[in-house]
Design a protein around this ligand. Structure first.
Ligand code: BGC
Ligand code: ZN
Length: 382
């Protein structure tokens, strides 16, 4: 460990300099607790995703005020190192997954004032590792207890998957809320005909897709994963291992998919691939919900048949929904469900993490798209 000129202990951080178009490991002073409800975390692991790739390609991401760089990392697992005097829920040694988004300052933003910054109206929220606040790809961070979620020890090896799972959990909660309009839609509802289950198609076999597919299987959906990679491939095998069926979009177009599946009750999109996403919208079923989670980045416009789209939307009682980020309820659901998934399918859950890198090599997993979830192992190294 080094010391800065001021005598502060220093730590390494994975940083992106948008102005200089540079990506490098920087040395930062170790942060200190400065308010009674704050917690100091020793970071253990940080997952890397497409958002980080966008930031590192200078398409997305904003440094905090006064900085010319942004520390990356929003999918994190840490261990409590120290707690402020008013911290009530956490103690040193606890494992925690921090939330990503921080509320905007505006009094009139009902969402942020209600602690639901994932529904922020003003766009002035901040996101750690993404928008105006440093992320977690470093040795230590300080954060308020409000934004930290305790994780059971038994999830130590896989808890870095909690944040990507929260995207699916928030989606699923909304889908289930909408499908309450169907007295037979919920697996627990008394109006459900015997043997009936809703069918869900997951578009994309990345971590958010596969974790979403696990959540759907676990919630009782007959689940299909639809993705580009031809069979056999590790993602298809993984999907099968936890009870989903895999279809390759190169060999099955959306009509063939729909004829295999039957009524597409739910589509959970997690690919950010506009063309396939809208192709799939054309075969969305009756009384169905289509949920978009993938952020499409800078592509050419595509054309869609708006007449058919509106016709089906109305005559088939369809709902199209977009969702971003996640609230406390989704973090809690993700922690609860990850524990269930890990008990049901321990190998499949572990197999989602395909690469581990030290912080000095953080650029590699950011740009290398092979593997499923690649992570940076920090493990208290500073
Ligand atoms: C993160 C979300 C975030 C979104 C947009 C995603 O990668 O998981 O928490 O809201 O990017 O910045
Ligand atoms: Zn992410």
């Amino acid at each position: 460990m080094q010391e800065s000129v001021a005598g502060e202990r220093q730590m390494k951080a994975g940083a992106v300099f948008p102005g200089k178009r540079k990506i490098e490991v920087v040395a930062l002073d170790e942060p200190r607790i400065s308010s009674p409800t704050e917690v100091k975390l020793r970071m253990l692991e940080v997952g890397v995703c497409g958002t980080d790739r966008e930031i590192a390609s200078f398409h997305h991401g904003t440094p905090p005020e006064g900085f010319d760089f942004l520390v990356l990392g929003h999918e994190a697992l840490g261990e409590v190192a120290e707690t402020g005097p008013a911290v009530s829920r956490l103690q040193p040694g606890d494992l925690v997954v921090p939330m990503v988004r921080r509320p905007c300052p505006h009094a009139e933003c009902a969402a942020c004032r209600a602690g639901r910054q994932d529904f922020c109206y003003t766009d002035d929220f901040r996101e750690r590792g993404i928008k105006e606040q440093h992320g977690f790809m470093t040795g230590f961070v300080v954060d308020d207890e409000t934004f930290l979620n305790a994780v059971p020890r038994e999830l130590r090896a896989v808890a870095v998957l909690v944040e990507p799972l929260t995207i699916a959990e928030k989606a699923l909660m909304q889908i289930q809320a909408i499908q309450q309009r169907l007295p037979w839609g919920d697996s627990t509802s008394p109006g459900k005909p015997s043997g009936y289950s809703q069918r869900a198609v997951v578009l994309g076999a990345g971590p958010v897709g596969l974790l979403g597919a696990m959540a759907l299987v676990n919630a009782g959906f007959e689940t299909y994963v639809y993705s580009r990679e031809s069979i056999p491939n590790p993602r298809a095998e993984l999907a099968q291992a936890f009870g989903a069926r895999y279809f390759c979009s190169e060999t099955h177009d959306v009509k063939q998919l729909a004829s295999e599946v039957g009524n597409l009750d739910v589509v959970y999109e997690a690919a950010g691939a506009t063309q396939t996403a809208f192709d799939l919208l054309q075969v969305l079923g009756t009384d169905a919900v289509y949920c978009f989670t993938g952020v499409p980045r800078h592509g050419e416009p595509i054309s869609i048949d708006t007449h058919a789209l509106l016709y089906h939307l109305v005559l088939k009682n369809q709902v199209i929904l977009g969702t971003v980020n996640a609230g406390k309820d989704a973090f809690e659901a993700a922690i609860r469900d990850l524990r269930v998934f890990y008990q049901r399918w321990p190998e499949a859950v572990r197999a989602l993490i395909t690469g581990r890198y030290p912080i000095e090599e953080f650029r590699e997993p950011v740009f290398d798209r092979s593997g499923i979830k690649n992570i940076i192992v920090l493990d208290g190294r500073t």
